[in-house]
Design a protein. Structure first.
Length: 675
């Protein structure tokens, strides 16, 4: 037997064995080298960076620091997490742009700031000192020690033609700021805290919530806007109570966690305007499939993906798979069917929609491939050599007929399109910043600036045993001023190059700018046809980005539903069953934004284009409700527009219009007299 083994060629001959090992190592190195070469992210073609950058001009303006309230601010934590206090104050920077003073422009800014644990309202920079900025005093409704604002959203919740504000919190359920509308209220009235009635989203809710995001959408198709709330840490956890030593669970898994705070949908019931405005909602119940209500949610996206007039939801979750929910609801009864992508031999499961295990932190919609179906941008932790993740760009195949079979017809193409990697990332936004008919993609990046690189510590937790990760003692020290995680990375500004891949222009457009950003708010604050931005930055001053690019031709639409509240002194339109259009921006209380309305144009530069009226998609930023289409450099006299919407009775409408370039206010038809 020994001799037989010796003549086998490898076991008994040390020299031959060494030769064989060298051969194997060489083959492995060649294969790894080839794969490494193939996986390189290609750079821009010569001259392409300069050519693309020349299309944009952006001016950066630092927002004034948020005033710290009298008595200062403390940042307490539960006694069980004293080693990582700063970790629990990472969410709470948000920004939203909308029209509070009714001048027809989304030139008012709502901002939350963790440093001051406060919420501020002010005119957007460059839009005039129309009223003094003010920080909201929530009085006895909010404990300034254990609770603080985390998200701000604009919406006309009581449907009286005046914008209201929803404020979500870390530490308590959301509050509403409803605009008071006495009979004497008129255009040009200044905005202050006294302009609002502060109310509970749902009276009587006293449990601690840790809300990371919120959005408005007509979920059940009854014609009224509902509220979708995404919670993060487990409900009731005493995270910010320094007197508590009651343990709470961190995520119980790094890739399949379902022990977070409960996500909820609140359905609109009724509302009133006047001196004492009000709105009433009811909880829709447990409507998220597969325990999705207990995911660690950081972002919500709502879009009409199949053109049936119902918003489908993309729920972006930390520590586990995201969910794409196909809306099958009826008025008063919410119902979703979860859709998942198709697995394949050459497709990693983590890159299949619904099976991903990444850290979803955004959700925004744009039609990149011009097939008439929204594609979806999702931020993850896209840091090279960190936790090995990538961002998602779910590209539609256009075959929405497969929804009936539970198939999500979207494929992951972030690598192919050049947007797979940046840093630890949050909000993303599709926008046409130069009106050429092609969408750009911007992204908020950075966790925290500090002295000590905490990536090795976080990576160790991420690679640890899931049986221990839910215990706080398994997590590393994380304190203010010391922890550094991707704190100095530019916010990407991706523009589409000639080869069909996106190129990051941030180094050209924003040289040296490396904020740690959470939310991105977008609006055309001065009505010039160009979208501007606010970067809601973490633990540093936020920024206003004024878009000064060449304007180019565009079509801008303010899509409104009629308003008729007798107590507000308003009367119904003379012909509510007919759509009315006029050039320009909305006048005082002309209507309420038709959130969820879907618009399509085609035959122009960039091919077919689609948009929707946004109700707060994403993480902690908000896009204003006006929509724009870039028309490119060709001279255009008229644009064919197709609009799909639901009126206040829940009736689905579709209408075709022909409009000239520029802004238009469109008062959409109703099926019958409102109210």
């Amino acid at each position: 037997m020994q001799e037989s083994r010796g003549t086998s060629g490898t076991i008994g001959n040390p020299g031959t064995q060494r030769h064989h090992n060298i051969y194997v190592i060489a083959v492995v190195l060649v294969v790894v080298g080839v794969l490494g070469w193939q996986s390189r992210l290609p750079g821009a073609a010569p001259g392409e960076l300069a050519r693309l950058s020349a299309q944009f001009r952006m001016k950066t303006i630092t927002l004034p620091p948020v005033p710290v309230p009298a008595g200062g601010v403390v940042f307490p934590v539960n006694q069980t997490v004293r080693h990582m206090p700063f970790y629990f104050y990472q969410v709470g920077e948000s920004a939203a742009l909308g029209d509070l003073d009714g001048d027809g422009l989304a030139n008012d800014l709502c901002q939350t700031d963790v440093r001051a644990k406060s919420m501020r309202v002010m005119p957007a920079p460059t839009t005039g000192d129309r009223y003094p900025a003010f920080s909201v005093d929530f009085g006895q409704l909010v404990d300034r020690v254990t609770e603080y604002p985390s998200v701000c959203r604009f919406a006309d919740m009581n449907e009286d033609g005046l914008a209201d504000l929803l404020v979500a919190f870390y530490g308590r359920p959301p509050l509403l700021l409803l605009r008071r509308a006495p009979a004497s209220l008129a255009a040009g009235a200044q905005v202050s805290q006294a302009s609002f009635e502060i109310a509970e989203l749902v009276p009587g809710l006293e449990e601690r919530w840790w809300t990371a995001t919120a959005a408005f959408a007509d979920v059940d198709g009854d014609g009224h806007q509902d509220v979708i709330v995404g919670n993060y840490y487990p409900d009731g956890a005493e995270i910010t109570d320094a007197s508590s030593n009651r343990p709470f669970e961190m995520n119980n898994d790094f890739s399949r966690a379902r022990n977070g705070g409960k996500n909820r949908i609140f359905l609109f019931v009724e509302s009133a305007s006047g001196d004492a405005p009000s709105v009433r909602y009811r909880d829709a119940g447990d409507v998220f499939p597969d325990d999705g209500e207990f995911a660690w949610t950081l972002a919500i996206g709502a879009a009409n993906l199949d053109r049936d007039g119902l918003p489908d939801l993309y729920i972006a979750n930390d520590f586990g798979p995201d969910q794409l929910l196909w809306n099958r609801s009826q008025p008063g009864a919410v119902s979703f069917r979860e859709l998942k992508g198709e697995k394949g031999f050459f497709r990693p499961e983590s890159s299949v929609l619904g099976y991903d295990s990444f850290k979803g932190m955004s959700a925004d919609f744009g039609d990149v491939n011009a097939d008439g179906v929204f594609d979806i941008s999702v931020s993850n932790i896209g840091s090279p050599f960190a936790l090995g993740e990538s961002h998602f760009l779910w590209m539609s195949t256009g075959d929405v007929s497969r929804l009936d079979n539970g198939i999500a017809p979207w494929k992951e193409e972030a690598i192919d399109k050049g947007v797979a990697h940046s840093a630890w990332a949050w909000d993303t936004r599709f926008e046409d910043f130069d009106n050429d008919g092609v969408l750009e993609l911007v992204q908020a990046t950075g966790l925290v600036k500090g002295k000590d690189n905490k990536w090795p510590d976080l990576a160790q937790v991420g690679a640890g045993n899931d049986a221990f990760v839910k215990y706080q003692s398994a997590w590393p020290n994380f304190t203010q001023g010391s922890a550094e995680v991707d704190g100095s990375f530019p916010n990407p500004f991706w523009a589409l190059a000639r080869d069909g891949r996106y190129v990051d222009l941030s180094s050209e457009l924003f040289p040296g700018l490396t904020p740690a950003t959470r939310g991105i708010a977008v609006a055309d604050v001065d009505g010039d046809g160009l979208p501007d931005m606010v970067y809601a930055n973490f633990w540093e001053d936020s920024l206003f980005i004024k878009n000064e690019s060449p304007v180019g031709q565009f079509l801008g639409l303010h899509l409104l539903l009629p308003v008729a509240l007798p107590e507000a002194g308003l009367t119904p339109p003379t012909s509510p069953t007919m759509t009315r259009t006029r050039a320009g921006h909305p006048t005082w209380r002309e209507g309420t934004p038709a959130i969820g309305a879907f618009v399509e144009i085609d035959g122009l530069a960039g091919g077919r284009q689609i948009r929707q009226v946004d109700g707060g998609n994403g993480h902690s930023g908000q896009r204003s409700p006006e929509i724009r289409f870039g028309l490119g450099s060709a001279k255009v006299d008229a644009v064919a527009v197709r609009i799909t919407w639901r009126d206040a009775q829940g009736v689905l409408h579709k209408e075709a219009l022909t409009l000239a370039p520029g802004y238009h206010t469109v008062l959409l038809a109703a099926s019958r007299k409102i109210r």
